[in-house]
Design a protein. Structure first.
Lengths: 264, 301
């Protein structure tokens, strides 16, 4: 059935999309403007502001920290999240109902409260170094996404395949890695991308978990904006967007295309 | 029930023996389940529940009385204003995002497939871009020498730049910008879950598109709308980067106030009190609204 849509509604939707995409275009324009202040449309084209990112050591350091934290937090979350998602799906009847509620708790608790509480309890009271506290915070932040995405992938998995492998003599651990995991590969890819992007863009958890020499890129951007309002910020923003897209492409290429090739 | 015959082994027939066997496998499965779930469970208990509980518990250890920090919070007009402003910004953001989201999601879900997939990708891309980057874009637009001020001066509406940054309006515009894509994506899912035959029945019985939308689609979508609204409300209520960049010190909200108490004033009791108020309001909103959403679901009758 095709419903005729009111032209006014189509016009409104077009405006909404201009509103959604416009500001991102403006950042791109401001990043390549040959002026010492932020402006749009760009006046003269330059890549100077991109070079400037690397010239400012604080940006250089925080880009590396952000990438390290995002990669480690995502990996740890996958290592502890995949078995948890598996248990929730495979042993749903045997495990208490509150367990799945527990796993969405990091979404319910305000991120900023999580960051502040980790600073108080884990860093100040227990003396865990700030880098590891930051890593713990990011791991918890992305864990619910990992568990939810992998659970969704597992919910369509036929566990009788796994039982067949075990009854034919395959050890449970081997079965998990050779039968279960390859079948939810697309879920793992999606979880990795989502978790990585969430971590690398996070402000609220990282806000309290930065110390001397350790800060993340979004926090550094916030600090920089307060002092300078120059196109460097726009170019860092573009860099962050490009980084996001590159991660998506790399993960898709390394895990995704092989998965597609294998199913053919 | 069939009477048990003599030839069968007792253990296969007697219910008691069967349950013992079942119980053994059940225990084994529960054990396996717990082993696999335990790393994530422990991480959440040790690094989320205990620290947040410690923060909230800390507010009840004041020597001046059990609820002294809360009396401190609510006796100041300034602090009450911060809470009210946060609530107001979150509520207005939610209502605008909901209205814009419903119309857009409706049009997207009715579009031809290829248009639909492009529109969905265009809504996902801003979501993948960070909060800081997207809030920063609005600083370029709303600043004193920003695009909007330049434009207004160019067409002659104003001679001098208007101070739009650091107002409540600036915070709300940027927040709506943050959450509209999320709302669109949630609501496309909600609208596509509405059975097509219900909508067809309405129009074949003579309802025009407007009354079909108002009387059939909207009531069916209400539980989904509430879920989307809860997501946006709690996220705006607890946000930090957007009110910090676009509201500054003049438009203090709970998130920026918490940071200011903890990291500028080093008032940890005050910061913990603000954190506790945020946790209670967020969780209460989620619990109450999801319950209402469940009750309002007309398909569940």
């Amino acid at each position: 059935m095709t419903t005729r849509i009111n032209p006014a509604l189509i016009g409104f939707t077009a405006l909404v999309y201009v509103f959604l995409i416009g500001p991102l275009v403006i950042i791109f324009g401001a990043a390549i403007s040959d002026t010492s202040y932020l402006t749009f449309p760009p006046q003269g084209l330059t890549l100077h502001w991109f070079e400037n990112i690397w010239a400012i050591s604080a940006f250089r350091r925080t880009i590396i920290t952000s990438l390290q934290i995002a990669f480690l937090a995502t990996t740890i979350a996958l290592i502890i999240g995949i078995p948890a998602a598996y248990a929730l799906n495979r042993y749903r009847v045997q495990l208490p109902g509150w367990l799945s509620t527990l796993f969405v708790l990091p979404i319910l608790v305000p991120e900023i409260v999580m960051g502040f509480s980790l600073l108080r309890s884990v860093n100040v009271d227990s003396g865990v170094p700030i880098f590891f506290t930051l890593l713990i915070g990011h791991t918890l932040l992305v864990l619910p996404y990992v568990i939810r995405v992998i659970s969704a992938a597992l919910s369509s998995f036929d566990f009788s395949i796994e039982e067949a492998a075990i009854s034919l003599g395959s050890r449970p651990a081997k079965t998990f890695f050779t039968i279960v995991l390859p079948n939810v590969r697309s879920g793992v890819i999606a979880a990795f991308i989502l978790a990585f992007i969430t971590s690398i863009n996070d402000v609220s958890v990282s806000l309290f978990l930065t110390g001397p020499g350790i800060s993340t890129l979004p926090i550094q951007i916030l600090a920089h904006v307060e002092q300078f309002f120059d196109p460097t910020i726009a170019s860092v923003s573009v860099l962050l967007m490009v980084l996001t897209v590159i991660v998506m492409i790399i993960v898709e290429r390394t895990l995704g295309l092989t998965a597609v090739a294998n199913t053919k | 029930m069939v009477e048990s015959g003599g030839d069968y082994p007792r253990s296969l027939i007697e219910p008691g023996a069967e349950t013992a066997l079942q119980r053994a496998t059940k225990d084994m499965k529960r054990f396996a389940g717990w082993i696999m779930a335990s790393p994530a469970t422990l991480a959440l208990v040790i690094f989320l529940i205990l620290p947040v509980a410690a923060t909230i518990g800390y507010t009840f250890t004041d020597p001046d009385g059990l609820i002294a920090p809360y009396i401190w919070y609510f006796e100041s007009a300034f602090r009450r204003t911060v809470l009210w402003r946060t609530f107001e910004i979150a509520a207005i953001t939610t209502i605008i995002s909901l209205a814009v989201g419903v119309v857009t999601a409706y049009v997207v879900s009715k579009s031809p497939p290829w248009v639909k997939s492009i529109l969905i990708v265009l809504a996902v891309f801003p979501l993948l871009t960070g909060v800081v980057v997207r809030s920063f874009a609005w600083m370029i637009i709303l600043g004193r020498n920003g695009i909007l001020n330049n434009f207004l001066q160019w067409i002659g509406i104003t001679d001098a730049p208007i101070g739009m940054l650091y107002t409540q309006g600036a915070v709300i515009v940027a927040m709506v910008y943050l959450f509209v894509p999320l709302m669109i994506l949630v609501l496309i899912g909600v609208l596509e879950n509405i059975p097509d035959d219900v909508v067809q029945a309405a129009s074949s019985l003579g309802a025009n598109p407007t009354s079909t939308f108002m009387q059939v689609i909207l009531p069916l979508a209400t539980p989904g709308l509430i879920v989307g609204a809860v997501l946006v409300f709690t996220a705006s209520f607890t946000s930090y980067a957007t009110p910090h960049l676009l509201g500054g010190g003049q438009q203090m909200v709970m998130g920026t106030f918490l940071h200011q108490r903890a990291m500028v004033a080093f008032d940890w009791v005050g910061a913990s009190t603000i954190a506790a108020i945020m946790v209670v309001i967020t969780i209460a909103t989620v619990l109450v609204m999801t319950r209402i959403a469940r009750k309002l679901n007309p398909m569940a009758v």
